[in-house]
Design a protein around this ligand. Structure first.
Ligand code: S3P
Length: 166
């Protein structure tokens, strides 16, 4: 087992899941998402985990989920938007083919709306987006071998760009 063919990172709402499914189809491989793994294992939604136990507990679950998926999965793997906050996770990603799907803040607010299902954006989406991206942009760039901007592009166009970047 050599790990995933491709790992997608980037902020929530950027289209990791949509593009990830399309990429998996194109590459004739499977798709896996660490958020889905956590929800399945816990039997609760991500929002419920945040409310019940807080962000720190969620990050611990996420760290474990990423480590497991990196060893078990050989297709396309999408990570939750905050997975790169963890230094050990970033170290694990150093040996992987990682693509950062990026978008600007206005596009982010448009796509995520009021962020009801996304606990980190529930209060003031535009301000919270700016702060999130300031804290994370350099981490996405640090782990990524390629950056593919998604602004104004369809999922099919983004998929093609990712394939070109490989
Ligand atoms: C988060 C992103 C979400 C999910 C959780 C926290 C983040 O994943 O893991 O709500 O910190 O950016 P997606 O990027 O798949 O939406």
């Amino acid at each position: 087992m050599t790990g995933p063919l491709l790992v997608l990172v980037g902020p929530m709402g950027v289209g990791k899941s949509t593009v990830g499914h399309l990429l998996a189809e194109h590459l004739g491989t499977g798709y896996r998402d660490t958020d889905d793994d956590i929800v399945t294992a816990e039997g609760r939604t991500i929002a419920e985990i945040f409310v019940d136990e807080g962000e720190e507990a969620f990050r611990a679950l996420e760290k474990r989920a990423v480590r497991t998926a990196l060893t078990e999965h050989d297709g396309v793997l999408a990570l939750g938007g905050g997975a790169v906050l963890d230094a050990d996770t970033r170290a694990l990603l150093a040996g992987q083919r990682v693509v950062y799907l990026s978008m600007d803040v206005e596009e982010a607010v448009r796509r995520t709306g009021l962020g009801v299902a996304r606990p980190l954006l529930a209060v003031n989406p535009r301000k919270q987006w700016r702060e999130l991206m300031e804290a994370r942009r350099h981490l996405y760039e640090e782990v990524a071998a390629a950056v593919v901007p998604t602004d104004g592009r369809t999922p099919e166009e983004v998929t093609q760009e990712v394939l070109n970047a490989l």
